[in-house]
Design a binder for this molecule. Structure first.
Ligand SMILES: [Zn+2]
Length: 247
């Protein structure tokens, strides 16, 4: 039996038995893990509301040799993000970040860099210093940090650089890039303005969230570029990216 303490976020709760939840956690030390929270369903007092979706906690996890499922022994609340949860648009922004991180994290590996992005992203959504239309840039930053850095700055085939006035380009997710209209859009179409947004910082791990916040905003379709790219990488959907914020 091994006990490990790590900070992280509650990414999901699923009934396991009449009295227990299985919690999906995104942790700094091990990435996405699943842990059984004994007694959490039977008594609200057991975890006292700390196991709410998106909460940041210090988790105490017990590893057993007989099962791959961890046991959640304790969760100390570090942040509950009431400002983010109090508004549907902000809530969606936070969910999209956490879901993207969960979908791409390799199991059992330390996730310091992405955790730092989530921590800063959540607090910036909370205090309003990250405009929500810049969230797709944060998602692409997470994608890049996980090692799936896309190349949106030029055409895969002829090398041409996107211009704002171009017709839509084609997203060739399997090749990690895009193709210009002259080379043929063989895939999902992307607005050149979104490619310029991602290429000027959002696509890369380079820009800080403060710098991202100051970029001129992409089109409302930018979230779909991330959604389609992540779908091509993982075969799974960022479910919260299918919902639309209103402003
Ligand atoms: Zn081309």
């Amino acid at each position: 039996m091994r006990i490990r303490e790590t900070a992280g976020w509650v990414a999901g709760l699923h009934p396991f038995s009449e009295s227990d939840w299985v919690a999906t956690l995104y942790t700094e030390a091990q990435g996405k893990v699943q842990a059984i929270a004994k007694g959490a369903r039977r008594s609200r007092r057991r975890f006292g509301g700390r196991l709410d979706l998106l909460n940041r906690c210090l988790f105490r996890l017990v590893e057993k040799e007989t099962t791959s499922l961890l046991r959640l022994e304790e969760a100390d609340l570090l942040a509950s993000y009431q400002g983010m949860k109090g508004d549907l648009d902000r809530l969606l922004g936070g969910m999209q970040m956490l879901e993207t991180a969960c979908l791409l994290a390799p199991e059992g590996e330390s996730q310091q860099a992405v955790s730092a992005v989530l921590e800063e992203g959540f607090s910036r959504i909370e205090d309003g210093t990250l405009p929500l239309d810049r969230v797709p840039g944060v998602l692409m930053k997470i994608v890049s940090l996980e090692g799936y850095h896309p190349e949106f700055g030029h055409c895969l085939d002829c090398g041409r650089i996107p211009r704002r006035e171009d017709r839509p380009w084609g997203l060739i997710a399997a090749r990690g890039g895009v193709r210009c209209p002259s080379c043929g859009i063989d895939g999902e179409s992307v607005a050149p303005a979104d490619l310029l947004f991602f290429a000027s910082g959002g696509e890369g791990a380079g820009l800080s969230l403060a710098e991202l916040s100051r970029l001129s905003p992409p089109t409302p379709g930018a979230i779909d570029v991330v959604r389609k790219y992540v779908r091509a990488l993982t075969g799974k959907e960022i479910r919260s990216a299918g919902l639309r914020w209103t402003g």
